[in-house]
Design a protein around this ligand. Structure first.
Ligand code: GLY
Length: 343
């Protein structure tokens, strides 16, 4: 799939990667230690690989120091301006390896092999790279498109269930913000069947189809608004509440994944959409029913009153107003400015 500057290759397995790397003479792999088996496979199949560097891809390690470690490793290896940095892992890996590539020698190319569902449908597409600064997420970074993103559903077989569901929330989100009912309903049905005990291997082809559709939606949005001056903001559906939930989770030491926060955030956004008259009555109830069937989190671990304060501090807030992405229906969203104190 080629969408303007965005190139996405979707395959069942890793075997199509050598073809994508064929034009590159120097490939440097930066990978999350959790996916070393995938990397062994890549290294044994791609003779262009000049070296591989394992990193610890956690939110705590997502810092400029880790990126400088990648830069120094590239220097030690003698990587030239024609190098390609290949990031293999989840969104933290692709963010950091991509950022290192963007600043090394004023910018060399990078490409992504996302190995989590969340990265396949969101983080590894769209060119956002960067690191956290202190407690502030993604405070430093650049937007620059990868040479390609190579998605293979097969690597998801070994993904822990909770991580899978975290990505599933972003998959469902994508179909709520665009593409609409058929894909949304198919995604809910697939997740519900997994919840009922169907093994992932039995639904791999369907999963790959949905991942490709979601990646295509995201590529379309980004190609129309690469630097998030308008339409790209709709990818933040559910995220205004989610960031507040994650902030509160960090403050209280509550275990909450990003996808769990996004799933709850979408339910809260649907309720708000009804309350301000944007959505017809019943939308929030429908989402709640579907999310429960799909195994996604629906209940906020914190009262909404606690989230208000955090929301006003959200980076999207200007004065007393917060920019929400609300829903008119499945596949149809709208931007609405609201004073959170009125929620
Ligand atoms: N994850 C939202 C974006 O890429 O814009």
């Amino acid at each position: 799939m080629m969408n303007n500057k965005i190139s996405i290759v979707v395959k069942e397995g890793i075997e199509g990667l050598p073809e994508c790397l064929a034009g590159w003479r120097e490939v440097y792999v930066v990978f999350d230690r959790n996916v070393s088996e995938v990397v062994e496979d890549i290294v044994s199949h791609c003779r262009e690989v000049k070296g591989s560097l394992e990193i610890v891809a956690t939110e705590e390690e997502k810092r400029i120091e880790t990126v400088m470690g990648i830069v120094r490793w590239l220097m030690d290896k003698g990587a030239s301006r024609k190098a390609l940095v290949l990031a293999v892992g989840g969104g933290i890996t692709t963010d950091m390896a991509g950022f290192a590539a963007c600043i090394y020698k004023r910018g060399v190319a990078y490409a992504n092999v996302p190995t989590t569902l969340l990265a396949q449908v969101d983080a590894a597409i769209g060119g956002k790279t960067g690191v956290n600064v202190d407690d502030y997420k993604n405070m430093v970074g650049v937007i620059r498109q990868p040479a390609f993103t190579y998605i293979c559903a097969d690597v998801l077989r070994t993904l822990p269930r909770r991580d899978f569901l975290s990505g599933a929330a972003e998959l469902v989100k994508t179909f709520i913000l665009e593409d609409g009912a058929p894909h949304y309903e198919d995604a809910v049905a697939l997740l519900a069947s997994l919840r009922d005990g169907t093994p992932l291997g039995a639904v791999m082809t369907e999963l790959a189809r949905l991942v490709e559709a979601a990646a295509g939606v995201k590529a379309g949005v980004v190609s129309r608004d690469e630097f998030e001056t308008g339409e790209r903001k709709k990818l933040n559906l559910g995220h205004t509440f989610a960031h507040a939930l994650e902030h509160e989770a960090r403050r209280t030491g509550t275990d909450l994944t990003h996808g769990e926060a996004v799933a709850v955030g979408m339910i809260l956004a649907a309720e708000l959409s009804e309350r301000v008259g944007v959505a017809p009555e019943g939308l929030a109830e429908r989402l709640r029913r579907d999310f429960v069937a799909a195994g996604l989190l629906v209940e906020s671990p914190f009262p909404v009153s606690v989230l208000r304060d955090a929301m006003t501090k959200d980076k999207k807030a200007e004065g007393d107003i917060v920019h929400f992405v609300l829903m008119r229906g499945i596949g149809d969203v709208v931007f609405v400015d609201i004073d959170p104190l009125k929620i």
